[in-house]
Write a protein that binds this ligand. Structure first.
Ligand code: ZN
Ligand code: ZN
Length: 275
C-alpha cells in the first residue's frame, strides 16, 4: 500500500498538508483561506469535495483559519480535539460534521489511519498526527515547544517525518520580535529550533525513516540554508545518509511518495525475504 503527501502551505502564512493513501484523502490543518486552499488542491489535481476529512492540529490561525468555512462549503468533516474546537470558536459555525478527537485516539477511513498525539504548545489541546496506510507511515508535527517523550516515540516508527524547524536561536535573539514573543517562541510551549530538530534527527529517528520534511520555517527568525545545514549535519553525525531532507517552502511542495523500508515491509507483510 502506498502513501503520498503534498504540503499546500507552510509557515505563518498558513499550514496545510494533503495526504493520500489506503483509498482515502485527508488534509492535516487548514490554515489557508478556503478559496486559496481550494485553488491549491485543484493545482494538485484534487477535487476539494473529494476530501474525506480535515484533521486540525490546534486553533492558531495559521493552522485553523480556513477549516470551518472550507468544511461548510465543500461538505468535508472536521476532526479535532475538544479544546481546539472550543478555542477556535467552531461551535458557532455550521459544520457538516465534527469529530471529537482526543490525544491517543486513532481514526480509520477505509484503509488509512490517523493517530492523534499530544504535543506541548501554547494552545488548548494541540495534536501531532501519524498517518498510516498499511506498513507505510508519515509523522506530522508542527508547532511544539519541545520534543516530548510521547511524540518522539510516535515518530520513531515513521517512514517519513514532517517536523517544524521554526527558528535559528541567534536570528531570533537579534531579530525584530518583542522580548515577550521571543520568550514565548523559545519556551517549552513555543516552537522547535533548528537545533531541536537536529537532536530529533540524530537520536529520535527510527531505522525505517527515509524522508524528512522541514516545515514551518520562520521568515524573520530562520533561513532555509541554516535549517537544512543543521538537519544534514545531524543526520551526518548519526550516519544516516539514507535519509533525504526536503524544505517545505511557504507555498508548499510537490507530491512526496512515502515507501516502507524493505526490512519493515517484509515484517509487516509477514513474508520471508530471500533477496
Ligand atoms: Zn503555526
Ligand atoms: Zn501554534
Amino acid at each position: 500500500m502506498s502513501l503520498r503527501f503534498r504540503v499546500l502551505g507552510s509557515g505563518s502564512g498558513g499550514n496545510a498538508t494533503l495526504v493520500e493513501g489506503g483509498g482515502a484523502r485527508v488534509l492535516l490543518d487548514a490554515g489557508l483561506g478556503p478559496r486559496q486552499l481550494a485553488e491549491r488542491l485543484v493545482s494538485a489535481g484534487v477535487d476539494p469535495a473529494s476530501l474525506d476529512a480535515i484533521f486540525v492540529s490546534h486553533e492558531h490561525g495559521d493552522h485553523a483559519r480556513g477549516a470551518a468555512a472550507f468544511s461548510a462549503k465543500w461538505g468535508v468533516p472536521l476532526a479535532l480535539s475538544r479544546g481546539t474546537f472550543r478555542a477556535a470558536g467552531f461551535a458557532a459555525a455550521k459544520l457538516p460534521s465534527c469529530d471529537d478527537l482526543a490525544p491517543g485516539e486513532t481514526r480509520t477511513i477505509r484503509r488509512l489511519t490517523v493517530q492523534a498525539v499530544a504535543v506541548p504548545h501554547d494552545a488548548a489541546s494541540p495534536l501531532a498526527f501519524v498517518v498510516c496506510a498499511g506498513a507505510v507511515s508519515l509523522g506530522h508535527a508542527t508547532d511544539l515547544g519541545h520534543l516530548s517523550r510521547g511524540l518522539v516515540a510516535a515518530l520513531r516508527g515513521c517512514d517519513a517525518v514532517l517536523v517544524e524547524s521554526n527558528y535559528d536561536p541567534a536570528l531570533l535573539r537579534d531579530g525584530p520580535y518583542p522580548w515577550s514573543l521571543k520568550q514565548r517562541i523559545l519556551g517549552p510551549l513555543g516552537h522547535l529550533s533548528n537545533g531541536d530538530v537536529g537532536r530529533l534527527l540524530e537520536r529520535g529517528l527510527g531505522e525505517a525513516c527515509r524522508r524528512v520534511v522541514l516545515a514551518h520555517l520562520s521568515k524573520k527568525n530562520n533561513h532555509p540554508e541554516l535549517a537544512l545545514q543543521a538537519a544534514e549535519e545531524s543526520l551526518g553525525r548519526a550516519s544516516r545518509r539514507n535519509v533525504e531532507v526536503t524544505l517545505a517552502a511557504p507555498e508548499g511542495t510537490g507530491w512526496i511518495a512515502v515507501r516502507a523500508s524493505r526490512a519493515d515491509a517484509g515484517r509487516h507483510e509477514g513474508q520471508l525475504r530471500l533477496f
